[in-house]
Design a protein around this ligand. Structure first.
Ligand code: ACO
Length: 429
């Protein structure tokens, strides 16, 4: 393949360098385009724009491949736990047993939040969405942990990373406890990462909570498959905010807000609500598939379709299998799982979905597992955030350390009025 792309514009000929990634991806470098021709590129929604080079995650949407640091998602989900995968994403290599032990112990021993932060929760309404609380409390970490804010100071960054990983489950569980009016449960450091989170969610001071190892395993798997997905909307947000040298807590808080939207991480909540609606409406799956095909209805199948995957999302495959296993092991007969399976079958055999290459994505079956674990629907996207945290951190860190880091600042094609005279207020009609 040639190493330059040739562009002709008017009477100008330009050679644009082509970068080649380690998996053979080719990208035209247009960074000098404007200086040389006056042109900018236009790509609404960044559908075809590479924002950066990255060595963290590879995904091939055409064939349904996902690898973190070269390791297939299927192997990581089967053989590792979430903290091991977090280490891999953030530090670029699988930890040795000793490295993992040190990392695990640091994370598990910093799970308590600053006591004054607990009073923060008193000032939010009981019915606030837990994602609103999560984003606010993580943003407030910049106020409470001022000794770890400098993105240029490696010690500050390391402490901020450990604090975030250690405290996010506590912050998340407290947002749930707030919504149900129960007392907050302090973390218990001798428990596993996921076991501790489940206990903080479901134990009360009057009644302890028996941690089921099947629940812990399911949660570990869910966190792992959510842990990174290269330049998605929330990760790009974290990078965008971090590019201004904003601190890590502020950058992650912005990422949480981006994740919340129903076209991104909020789709897991929207998907279960959709399945409940179909069930309540008599389980007529075909009616909803037809509605999704009708542009005028404004309805889309939640948990279907993806910007990058034009094949079955490999994460959805893993989650569906785990869902099947968990439900049969716990002897749960969840009618929503059957509606989801039926919906998938009808959609995947429908020419509209076939032609547009719309397949179930990560959010399609995750809600069914969360329900089986007793997680309330408004917490679904919060769990996505817990899983995605190491990916956000890894990208933020990669960008801060990159020699080619620059402030992210896209351009635009202006389409507003050209210059016009200002009419004084008393003369305007
Ligand atoms: N149901 C029905 N039609 C759909 C769906 C869907 N879920 N998704 C895409 N389409 C159609 C669109 O109407 C469009 O049709 P057209 O070409 O005739 O106009 C075509 O497929 C392409 O869709 P776009 O919205 O242009 O694709 P884009 O890449 O911008 O959007 C997205 C991807 C936002 C994920 C979309 O598929 C969607 O809205 N899905 C439902 C929400 C969802 O599940 N989001 C979670 C994604 S995974 C994640 O972020 C964690």
């Amino acid at each position: 393949m040639p190493e330059v792309a040739k562009l002709s514009y008017g009477d100008r000929q330009l050679d644009l360098p082509v970068h080649v990634g380690s998996e053979g991806e080719h990208a035209v470098d247009i960074s000098k385009l404007r200086a040389e021709t006056g042109l900018i590129t236009l790509d609404e929604g960044y559908v075809n724009t590479g924002a950066t080079s990255s060595a963290i995650t590879f995904l091939d949407g055409e064939t349904g491949i996902l690898r973190y640091r070269g390791y297939p998602i299927e192997s990581l989900a089967e053989h590792c736990d979430f903290l091991e995968v977090s280490y891999l994403l953030i530090y670029g290599k699988l930890p040795t047993a000793a490295e993992l032990e040190t990392f695990r112990s640091s994370i598990l021993n910093h799970s308590m939040i600053h006591e004054d932060m607990r009073s923060f929760y008193n000032s939010v309404p009981r019915d606030a969405h837990p994602m609103a609380i999560l984003a606010s409390v993580v943003g407030a970490m910049s106020a409470f942990y001022q000794d770890s804010l400098d993105p240029q100071n490696p010690r500050h960054v390391e402490v901020a990373i450990h604090r975030l990983l250690a405290k996010l489950p506590t912050i998340a569980a407290y947002s749930y406890k707030k919504s149900v009016g129960q007392p907050f449960m302090y973390p218990q450091n001798d428990l596993s990462y996921c076991g501790n989170f489940l206990r903080m969610m479901f134990a009360t001071p009057c009644e302890d909570y028996q941690i089921d190892p099947d629940y812990v395993r399911a949660l570990d798997m869910l966190f792992i498959v959510h842990a990174d997905h290269e330049q998605n909307c929330s990760t790009s947000t974290v990078r965008m905010v971090g590019s201004s040298n904003a601190n890590l807590f502020a950058s992650i808080s912005a990422g949480i807000c981006a994740l919340w939207g129903p076209l991104h991480g909020g789709a897991n909540e929207a998907c279960v609500q959709m399945l409940e609606q179909i069930l309540a409406d008599g389980g007529n799956v075909k009616k909803y598939v037809d509605m999704a095909k009708d542009k005028k209805s404004g309805f889309r199948l939640m948990g279907f379709g993806h910007r990058v995957y034009k094949n079955y999302d490999p994460r959805a495959k893993i989650i569906k299998r785990q869902c099947d296993l968990l439900l049969s092991k716990l002897r749960i007969k969840d009618p929503l799982f059957h509606v989801a399976q039926e919906l998938e079958e009808v959609a995947l055999n429908d020419s509209y979905f076939i032609e547009k290459k719309l397949y179930p994505n990560v959010d399609f079956y995750s809600g069914v597992i969360y329900r089986a674990l007793g997680i309330p629907v408004p917490m679904f996207t919060v769990l996505f955030a817990l899983g995605r945290l190491p990916g956000w951190i890894a990208h933020w860190l990669e960008m801060q350390r990159s020699d080619s880091k620059r402030l992210c600042r896209p351009r635009q094609v202006y389409t507003g009025p050209t210059e016009r005279p200002l009419v004084p207020l008393n003369e305007r009609s």
